[in-house]
Design a protein around this ligand. Structure first.
Ligand code: APR
Length: 234
């Protein structure tokens, strides 16, 4: 079966009502990511970081996948699909995608903090809290303060290798709704094989100049319809 790697960012969830980060009025216009989403911010004021992600969890509880998430999930009927998302929401899974790599973590999950060795956690320690609040004083079974299961700025991206492998093996790479500003995620499409076809769905200019990358300049929901019709011609 032919393979497709779908790289998504906040733009794929924009039409579900979740904010993007860098569009005007985006999350990083309202909150300083170095305070609420960085390793240093966690060390300095963990309560503020917990509140930021409690707020995101609360909003996600009343958010539904949009037709772009559903169309991406439906690709699994005819393609071997790997969704590689920078998003921490669970909308791809709720739309039915069965193979999702969360490069930057998952807002519905937490794990015990590790102090200086934050990146040395094991998946068995990760706890799914759904949409519940997690506060200072909430601890793991071993009595350690729980932290968001999020890749903070300043931390490594443990799933990058698996993501790069999926892109390198793909016949088609589809990029949806990311400004391609944050590395290493932004470099993922460069792992595509020379024979792979690359498409980008985004209503704005995109920072790639490769002539063979097709830019569908549209929102995710309508852009996915265009992509599906192009797919039918392949
Ligand atoms: N459909 C498709 N794309 C959209 C839509 C839409 N309806 N609305 C906005 N976009 C596009 C914007 O044009 C932009 O290119 O989505 C992109 C959003 O970019 P960012 O806000 O930078 O989000 P993202 O690229 O996902 O950020 C990457 O940065 O702060 C970190 O960890 C955070 O995962 C995040 C990472």
């Amino acid at each position: 079966m032919k393979r497709i790697a779908v790289l998504t960012g906040a733009g794929v969830s924009a039409e579900s009502g979740l904010g993007t980060y860098r569009d005007n009025g985006g999350l990083w216009d309202k909150y300083d990511p170095m305070v609420v989403a960085s390793a240093e911010g966690w060390r300095r004021n963990p309560g503020l970081v917990l509140d930021f992600y409690n707020m995101q969890r609360e909003k996600l509880a009343c958010t539904e996948p949009n037709s772009a998430h559903l169309d991406i999930a439906a690709l699994e009927k005819d393609w071997q699909v790997t969704v590689i998302t920078q998003n921490v929401d669970n909308l791809h899974e709720r739309a039915g995608s069965g193979n999702v790599i969360h490069l930057h973590g998952e807002v519905t999950k937490v794990r015990p903090e590790r102090g200086r060795y934050e990146e040395s956690f094991s998946e068995s320690e990760v706890i799914d809290v759904g949409y519940s609040r997690v506060n200072l004083g909430d601890k793991s079974p071993k009595g350690v303060q729980l932290r968001p299961h999020i890749v903070f700025f300043g931390e490594s991206v443990p799933k990058m290798e698996a993501a790069a492998k999926a892109v390198s093996e793909a016949d088609i790479v589809l990029i949806v709704g990311t400004s391609l500003q944050v590395y290493p995620a932004a470099s993922l499409y460069m792992y595509a094989s020379p024979d792979a076809r690359i498409y980008i769905i985004d209503p704005a200019e995109v920072p790639v100049r490769d002539a063979h990358i097709e830019h569908i300049r549209d929102k995710a929901t309508s852009g996915m319809k265009t992509f599906l019709s192009l797919l039918g011609e392949i």
